[in-house]
Design a protein around this ligand. Sequence first.
Ligand SMILES: NC(=O)c1ccc[n+]([C@@H]2O[C@H](COP(=O)([O-])OP(=O)(O)OC[C@H]3O[C@@H](n4cnc5c(N)ncnc54)[C@H](OP(=O)(O)O)[C@@H]3O)[C@@H](O)[C@H]2O)c1
Length: 268
Amino acid sequence: MSRIGIIGTGSMGSMLTRKFIESGKVSPGDVFIYNRTPEKMNDLVNNYGAIGCAGNGEVAGRSDIIFLCVGPDEVKDVLPEIRPFLDGKKLIVSIVSDVPLKKLSELSGVNVVRVIPSITSEYGAGVSVLVFGEEVPQFAREEILSLFGSISRSYVTTEDKISLLSDLTSSSPAIIASIMQQYALAGVRRGGISIEDAEFLVRETFTGTAKLLSGNDYDFSSLISGVATEGGITAEGLDVIEKEIPEVFDNVLSRMSEKHLRVEENSL
Ligand SMILES: NC(=O)c1ccc[n+]([C@@H]2O[C@H](COP(=O)([O-])OP(=O)(O)OC[C@H]3O[C@@H](n4cnc5c(N)ncnc54)[C@H](OP(=O)(O)O)[C@@H]3O)[C@@H](O)[C@H]2O)c1
């Protein structure tokens, strides 16, 4: 396995560092990390054995695959710092939203892979969406797929689809949690139940629903029809959902799509 560099150990960079090490795909002594606020590296260095570096250049110099885990506004500071340490054998994996492959390749001079990971990898679940630059060699593709396959399902796509797929995957935990919260709040507005109890009931039911869906017995449609018998109580609620929710979700995706474009325009 290659030596891995992680630039930016915020929530996603630290999650990837921990999970890659825990997966056993990479040994801690082959993981080189740096964060602008160095204290954020402490846990990864002291408890996971990652090697803390003095700067982004050192990470790039000591690694074969360099993960960019900073915000979209911060890429323009990082790339010039690491470029002198890059050669044609090195690979950049960018998890940064809305900074295109072409710009990343031009500014780094090396092959680039874009990945949209998900916070659900914390539990080895969910989907990582990957787009490979055209020139990325087969062995490197396999290594990246193996790494992300150890912490999630992998879904390879083309760059024109990455924003939409990121909305359906990495944004989804927040969207789903918000829907659950709104359902619990509606229960509270009906009266007679505390928010704590309503959230407990909905959360536990959601967890059970996710388990039902993760097996082979149900897909969305069969689970819906299995619970909502025709003419029954649940069918009344579903009727409202089917009439009113499509427009809501069209608006959700539309607003996120507009934001992707604005972030891309301002990123580099
Ligand atoms: N969160 C998600 O679920 C998710 C999912 C998919 C993709 N992403 C993408 O992943 C990227 C990181 O997201 P995040 O949620 O992990 O953000 P975050 O928690 O803010 O982490 C970004 C980290 O980058 C560090 N950093 C900034 N500039 C740096 C520099 N010049 N050199 C070294 N480190 C630097 C920051 O350090 P400081 O402590 O000094 O600020 C911070 O710790 C974003 O581009 C985001 O779009 C996020």
